[in-house]
Design a protein around this ligand. Sequence first.
Ligand SMILES: [Zn+2]
Length: 338
Amino acid sequence: MNADPILRPSPISASVDFDADGIQHGHLRLPWSRDDSAWGSVVIPITVVKHGEGPTALLTGANHGDEYEGPIALFDLARTLRTGDVSGRVIIVPALNYPAFRAARRTSPIDKGNLNRSFPGRPDGNVTEKIADYVTRCLLPQADIVLDFHSGGRTLDFLPYAAAHELPDKAQEDRCFAAVAAFSAPWSMRMIEIDAVGMFDTIAETAGKVFVTTELGGGGTATARSAGIAKRGVANLLRHAGILAGQPEIGETRWLDMPSSDCFGFSPEEGLVEFLKDLGELVAKNEVVARIYPIGRTGASPYEHRAALDGLLAARHFPGLIKAGDCLSVIATIEDHA
Ligand SMILES: [Zn+2]
């Protein structure tokens, strides 16, 4: 009989001691045998800061390798955080899917793995599944609060928002949305997912953690504004958790909701995209949000994509060309209350 894979130890070893006081900069080493390195490894940077009594925050960036606000904020935090600043523990992994991050790709060039569709992972799976398994079984159980940074990557662009999901446990949901409010991005979202299976979010929420995610921009880069939102947000979240002293710097945030899967617009056509609305603009139900021109001939009418609900444009396809089935737009509704 096969052993239950969940009982196997993770092949990843950490050079840091999660229980040691002080600040440690180290690596998670995942054996990766290949042509150019028979006994080689994937080495994922990690920082652990532990001091005094308090909760543990797990902060992760580059779950998708082409999303940069998280890595910028977390590499910066790892170099600037001082032991004496912390009450509790901060575990920082700025580039969680490190092979994807180095390749500037959403998914891993090693195995094509999409880390945020690979949870809970497998200790005997591919490289991406082994990273997911290590997070699930080694990092997540140590955490009270989890912040997993995302942005749109190369193919999407978002209004900058922090987000949490509706949860069956309303007390946990309240804690998650309180943490979103403390992050204090310009926008705050009650988010639904196209397909939540395999996501870090789902695993962390099922484990009862306070989980915050973000979508802070996109297009495969970060701006001064979006990186600043990420830096302020993570500091605010640590203050909210009591790990850093002081109160969060709360700015104005507007709450958005994704009330149903009607929010997501997908392109039925391949072609050239013309958006008639920009991010943050109001749209009315049935209003044309974008045109898609066929590119193989002239004289043809473009496909017109119409909004399925009243709201505002919260996310859009980023590249100028689109394929059938690509996500074209996300229309969110504006909430009057937090
Ligand atoms: Zn992402």
